[in-house]
Design a protein around this ligand. Structure first.
Ligand code: SF4
Ligand code: SF4
Length: 105
């Protein structure tokens, strides 16, 4: 399947640099999951994978969903910044994005 080159993604989804920054390690509670993914709705188009600035998503090729596609999976939860770009580009409302609760420094 074709995916957009990074420069094309940048043109389509320009964002201020600050929103692409990863959070410093240790600022999230242990076990926090930034995304809920409705894999049963995913049609494997990979738009979200190309758009994620932190390469936190991939297709799960070990699973076939009821629509007959490999659904997307969060492969690196620690890299996800809850920027919600994936939710904005997904045509099938697969993602719910949660902001991390604030943790005292
Ligand atoms: S919210 Fe989505 S696009 Fe943003 S870093 Fe997390 S997985 Fe990537
Ligand atoms: S989650 Fe949405 S954008 Fe990502 S592959 Fe599935 S259908 Fe496409």
């Amino acid at each position: 399947m074709l995916t957009a080159p990074p420069e094309a993604t940048e043109q389509l989804f320009p964002l201020p640099t600050a929103s692409r920054r990863a959070r410093p390690p240790g600022r999230r509670p242990p076990g926090f999951r930034p995304l809920a993914i409705r894999g049963d709705r995913c049609k494997g188009c990979e738009l979200c994978i190309a758009a994620c600035p932190h390469q936190a998503l991939a297709l799960d090729r070990s699973v076939v969903n009821p629509l007959g596609y490999h659904p997307v999976r969060l492969v690196d939860p620690s890299a996800c910044t809850s920027c919600a770009i994936c939710a904005r580009v997904c045509p099938d409302a697969v993602f719910t994005v949660y902001a991390a609760p604030k943790v005292a420094a």
